[in-house]
Design a protein around this ligand. Structure first.
Ligand code: DP6
Length: 359
C-alpha cells in the first residue's frame, strides 16, 4: 500500500447541503508510539485497546461553496471553539490531495466528548478519528462506489494525518499501527486489526481511567515526539518497543496475563523514562501517579490479582484488568485509589469495537 492508493480518481460533487455524524472512541496504547518521522509516520510499531465509553461525537454539516478556500467553523459542546481551528486548518491542508473535493463545501463541525474537556484525557485520537470518518462519509456520498475496506482504511489514513494515535481509533478491539515483520498486513500508513483470533482473556478487558490531574498538559505529545529526534536513547527505545510488540502479539494469542502485565507496565514506564531523559527533560507524572502505581503493586502482591497499569502522556493512570476480576478490582479502586484522583473522579471503561455512524 502506498499513499497513491488514497488519491481518488474523480471528485466532482453534485451534492446539495447536508450533514453526516460519527461516534469514535478513544484508545489506550499497550505498546507506545513515541517518535515519528516524515508525514506522521511512526518510528516503531504500536498497539492499543480501543475504548468504548470515552468517545467523541462529531457532526459535519456541509454546504456547497464556490469560494475555493477552506471555510469552516468548529463548535465544542455548542460553543464556537476557535482555538481548535488552526489544527483543523492544518489537517485540511494536509489531506486536500487525498480529498480534492474539500474546497467545494463549507463546513460547520459540531463536536462533543463523553469525557470532560479538562479531564486530561486526550481528545485528539477520538476527535480526529470522528472527523476523518465524517469526511469519508462525505467522500462516499460524492463517489458511491468505494468499498467498506477502502472506507475504513482511508479513514484511518486521514485520521493519522490529524494525530498519529487517531489512526488506531477507527476499529477495534485492538489496533496495530506501524509495519512489523511478525504481522503481515501491518502498515505505517494505517491502523490494522489483528489477523488472528484474540484470546478470550482480552475480549472484554476493563480499563478504569483515574483522573489524577485535570489540568492542561505542560508538554504536548507533538513536542514530546519531536524531542525523540535527538534523544540519546531513541534507537534503543524504538527497538525495545518493536521487541515488546513481538512479545505482546504472542501474549494476545496465548492469554498469558503475567507477561501481559509485565510488557504493558514496562512500556508505560519506558515512555515516561523517555520524557525524563530528553533535552529539555520533563515529568508528566504527579506524586499521586506514583502512589497509585505503588498501591496497585501492593494489591497485586497481596491478592494475586492480574490488575496492572498503563499511562499515556500525562498524569492519569489507566488501570487494566480482566472482566472476570471486575467486582474485586472496582472495590479496590473505590476504596483505595479514588482518593488519589482530582475530586475523586475516575471513568470506568472497557474494550470496544470501534466507531460507528450516528443517524
Ligand atoms: C503517549 O498521537 O497524540 O499517547 O501524532 O503528534 O498527534 P501526534 O501525537 P499523539 O501521541 C500519542 C502518544 C501516546 C502513545 C500512544 O498513544 O501510542
Amino acid at each position: 500500500m502506498t499513499t497513491e492508493h488514497f488519491i481518488p480518481k474523480h471528485s466532482n460533487s453534485t451534492l446539495t447541503a447536508g450533514s453526516v455524524s460519527w461516534q469514535s472512541p478513544s484508545n489506550i496504547a499497550l505498546v507506545k508510539y513515541w517518535g515519528k518521522y516524515g508525514e506522521q509516520l511512526p518510528k516503531n510499531t504500536s498497539i492499543s485497546f480501543t475504548l468504548s465509553n470515552c468517545h467523541t461525537k462529531t457532526k459535519l454539516n456541509y454546504t456547497p461553496s464556490n469560494s475555493n478556500t477552506f471555510e469552516f467553523e468548529v463548535y465544542l459542546d455548542g460553543q464556537r471553539a476557535e482555538s481548535f481551528e488552526p489544527k483543523i486548518l492544518k489537517f485540511f491542508e494536509r489531506i486536500e490531495v487525498y480529498m480534492p473535493f474539500l474546497k467545494q463545501f463549507k463546513y460547520k463541525i459540531e463536536t462533543t466528548n463523553s469525557f470532560p474537556h479538562s479531564s486530561g484525557i486526550a481528545s485528539s485520537a477520538s476527535g480526529m478519528s470522528a472527523l476523518a470518518l465524517c469526511l469519508m462519509n462525505l467522500e462516499r456520498l460524492v463517489n458511491s462506489d468505494i468499498t467498506d475496506e477502502y472506507f475504513y482504511a482511508k479513514a484511518s489514513f486521514l485520521a493519522r494525518l490529524g494525530s498519529g494515535s487517531a489512526c488506531r481509533s477507527i476499529q477495534g478491539p485492538l489496533v496495530v499501527w506501524g509495519e512489523h515483520s511478525v504481522l503481515p498486513g501491518s502498515s505505517n500508513l494505517v491502523g490494522t486489526t489483528l489477523p488472528f483470533e484474540l484470546h478470550s482473556n482480552f475480549k472484554d478487558y476493563c480499563d478504569t481511567i483515574l483522573l489524577v490531574d485535570e489540568g492542561e498538559k505542560v508538554v504536548s505529545s507533538t513536542v514530546g515526539h519531536n524531542l525523540m529526534h535527538k534523544h540519546p536513547f531513541a534507537e534503543q527505545r524504538f527497538s525495545q518497543a518493536n521487541h515488546n510488540f513481538e512479545k505482546i502479539i504472542e501474549v494476545l494469542k496465548s492469554g498469558d496475563l503475567d507477561s501481559f502485565m509485565e510488557i504493558v507496565e514496562s512500556e508505560a514506564l519506558s515512555l515516561h523514562a523517555m520524557m525524563m531523559t530528553s533535552h529539555p527533560y520533563f515529568i508528566l507524572m504527579k506524586p499521586n501517579t506514583l502512589s497509585i502505581i505503588n498501591k496497585i503493586w501492593e494489591f497485586r502482591r497481596q491478592s494475586g490479582s492480574k490488575v496492572c497499569f498503563t499511562l499515556d502522556a500525562g498524569a492519569n493512570v489507566h488501570v487494566l484488568y480482566p472482566n472476570a476480576e471486575k467486582e474485586q478490582v472496582r472495590y479496590f479502586i473505590t476504596n483505595e485509589l479514588a482518593s488519589f484522583c482530582e475530586n475523586k473522579k475516575y471513568i470506568n471503561d472497557q474494550v470496544g469495537n470501534g466507531a460507528f455512524a450516528l443517524i
